[in-house]
Design a protein around this ligand. Structure first.
Ligand code: PEP
Length: 248
């Protein structure tokens, strides 16, 4: 059985004071959790989170990374910089970045590679829009998003990624995929990983994201190919995030 992982995506939320309260609440409620957990925070708060979380069971990470190593890329943050703040994870290809910043699957693949080369674990997000689902394109859309990453990475790198299936229509909408809908896509993604590397198929964690909440987390994470969650809105309240973590 693969270990479960629950990751909070704070998105563009937080403040120094608010983060301190949220993290204190999280740390107070971890006992008895069966899953690993992490928070992906806005880049300016990485030093604060490193200070608050070092030596605790909660890992931290970022929400995006540059594909470039260094240089004249104003506003970008490199993977080495994230590693400098002891990040373990970085989200790449979140649907909000694909939609609002025009990130292609090829760019996402290069970001995943840059992360791996700096010793970080990329959480590679894939997911279809509502129109694509209704047009019967879910399998081809998520398949091609993952394929771009698998093409660029070598086998050893593929084995180190985390994949997150996040149907775009479920993100921040309160409308989650049913466990059966999510499991169907997760099984497809696992098969795709397995065809590339038997080891990757067996060991890569595939998280579900999209309105995961305390009341649906258990059923979702009970599915055989759902190895945890990528949690947005519910990660901003310690009690909700902890309830999801304990449901794993
Ligand atoms: C996300 O943005 O990664 C996400 C899953 O958001 P939410 O849980 O709010 O749907």
């Amino acid at each position: 059985m693969r270990p479960k992982l629950v990751v909070g995506n704070w998105k563009m939320n937080g403040s120094r004071a608010g983060n301190a309260t949220l993290v204190a609440g999280l740390l107070a409620g971890l006992d008895g959790a069966n899953a690993s957990c992490a928070v992906c925070v806005p880049a300016p708060y990485l030093p604060q989170c490193e200070q608050l979380l070092a030596g605790t069971p909660v890992a931290w990470g970022a929400q995006d990374v540059s594909q470039h190593a260094s240089g004249a890329y104003t506003g970008e943050v490199s993977a080495a910089m994230l590693a400098d703040f002891s990040c373990r994870y970085v989200i790449v290809g979140h649907s909000e970045r694909r939609a609002y910043h025009g990130e292609s699957s090829e760019l996402v693949a290069h970001k995943a590679k840059a992360a791996l080369e700096a010793g970080l674990t990329p959480i590679v997000c894939v997911g279809e829009t509502l129109d694509q689902r209704e047009a019967g394109q879910t399998a081809s859309v998520v398949g091609s998003q993952l394929a771009a990453v698998l093409e660029l990475l070598d086998d050893a790198q593929v084995e180190k990624i985390v994949v997150a299936y996040e149907p775009v229509w479920a993100i921040g909408t309160g409308r989650n995929a049913t466990p059966e809908m999510a499991q169907e896509v997760h099984a497809q993604l696992r098969m795709q990983l397995k065809e590339r590397s038997v080891q990757a198929g067996a060991s890569v964690a595939i998280l579900y994201g999209g309105s995961m909440k305390p009341d649906n987390a258990k059923e979702l994470m009970a599915q055989p190919d759902i190895d945890g969650g990528l949690v947005g809105g519910a990660a901003l309240k310690a009690a909700d995030f902890l309830a999801i973590l304990h449901a794993a």
